[in-house]
Design a protein around this ligand. Structure first.
Ligand SMILES: NC(=O)C1=CN([C@@H]2O[C@H](COP(=O)(O)OP(=O)(O)OC[C@H]3O[C@@H](n4cnc5c(N)ncnc54)[C@H](O)[C@@H]3O)[C@@H](O)[C@H]2O)C=CC1
Ligand SMILES: O=C([O-])CC(=O)C(=O)O
Length: 335
């Protein structure tokens, strides 16, 4: 047990804990990068049976770091143990895509996993649990988990587009020849798929609009937008495996920024839609988010979207409706 903090530990479940993202993520949570340098954590590491031997190795390595913030490490393949009393459930475990696949191709493989996990979260986690889905296709998997956990408020379910936001900011910074910290207010809208829309029209470089700094509209529309949408594929093509360290980094960013009042920049998070900006109500779609002083997230109001942006976002949301139809049909879930 940590000796310098009297705070109660935050209990975090991580599924797929012995996988690539898990291996990049756990050490960052344990070192305090997710919840802060004086916040103890208890780690519930969840794997399927074939992953348990590797998980033992990961847990041994966590032990060998002697992280002062780590209060407890649980290793399990039993969801009733893994999700017991957790404050956060990070649903990473699922099959990643390989070369030649789209993320939506994983629906049939991964969708059913999220029914079981949603039910277990419903039954065993704290009612205040917050759930972040990373396993692809993450928006629809998140919706499946949410529907399978009727006692947990929909507002407590999130899917991840922060990696896309981070990618988009870096692309713009490189093009403009500025440091990435100069790029702000960049929301990625829609689905975590090639149809996502990184909204360069409302983003800023320093105090200027991106479009006043990068004047090449053709580059913004025809190179920047598809580069961000296809970055996951580019990583798979280059590495032979899907992004892991950058994905783990985005998990840390997402949870940290949902856990603290927003002081500066807005952020992209997939949340339940209540029809904001014309998005279909009831899907999990990426929207611009800020967290208020009471810790409640809200969709940023008053973003002005051009006709071009509206068309892009509508197409991505349409894809989410289609994913929902396929997945819910396969799983026998009702909308
Ligand atoms: N939303 C995003 O931005 C991103 C999402 N991803 C997705 O994250 C997921 C994980 O990626 P990696 O860690 O690279 O894959 P990986 O194959 O290295 O690891 C996945 C781990 O999950 C475990 N697992 C599989 N089914 C499970 C279940 N039902 N319960 C618990 N554990 C289970 C496996 O045993 C394996 O250890 C993939 O679906 C990938 O597509 C990856 C990058 C970015
Ligand atoms: O592209 C993939 O399959 C993995 C992923 O979601 C990403 O890197 O954004």
């Amino acid at each position: 047990m940590n000796t310098f903090s009297k705070k109660a530990p935050i209990r975090v479940a991580v599924t797929g804990a012995a996988g690539n993202i898990g291996y990049a993520l756990l050490f960052r949570i344990a070192s305090g990068q997710m919840f802060g340098p004086d916040q103890p954590v208890a780690l519930n590491l969840i794997e399927i049976e074939p992953g348990m031997a590797a998980l033992r190795g990961v847990a041994m390595e966590l032990d060998d770091c002697a992280f002062p913030l780590v209060a407890e490490i649980v290793q399990t393949s039993d969801l009733s143990v893994g999700f017991k009393d957790v404050d956060w459930a990070l649903l990473v475990g699922s099959v990643p895509r390989k070369q030649g696949m789209e993320r939506a191709d994983l629906l049939g493989i991964n969708g059913k996993v999220f029914v079981g996990q949603g039910k277990a979260i419903n039954d065993y986690a704290k009612s205040s649990v917050r759930v972040l889905v990373v396993g692809n296709p993450c928006n629809t998997n998140c919706l499946i988990a949410m529907k399978s956990a009727p006692n947990i408020p929909d507002e407590q379910f999130f899917a991840m587009t922060r990696l896309d936001e981070n990618r988009a900011k870096t692309q713009l910074a490189h093009k403009a020849g500025v440091a990435v910290k100069e790029v702000s207010e960049l929301c990625v809208w829609g689905n975590h798929s090639p149809s996502m829309y990184p909204d360069f029209e409302n983003a800023k470089i320093g105090r200027s609009k991106v479009t006043d700094v990068i004047l090449d509209q053709a580059w913004l529309r025809d190179t920047f937008v598809p580069t961000v949408g296809q970055r996951g594929k580019a990583i798979i093509d280059a590495r032979g495996a899907s992004s892991a360290a950058s994905a783990a980094n985005a998990v840390v960013d997402t949870v940290r920024d949902l856990s603290n009042p927003t002081r500066g920049d807005l952020h992209s998070v997939c949340v339940i839609s209540n029809g904001e900006y014309g998005s279909p109500a009831g899907i999990i779609t990426s929207l611009p988010i800020r967290v208020d002083g009471a810790g409640k997230w809200r969709v940023v109001e008053g973003v002005k979207l051009s006709d071009y942006a509206k068309e892009k976002i509508a197409a991505s949301n349409q894809e989410l409706l289609e994913e929902r139809e396929v997945a819910f049909g396969q799983l026998g879930l009702s909308i």
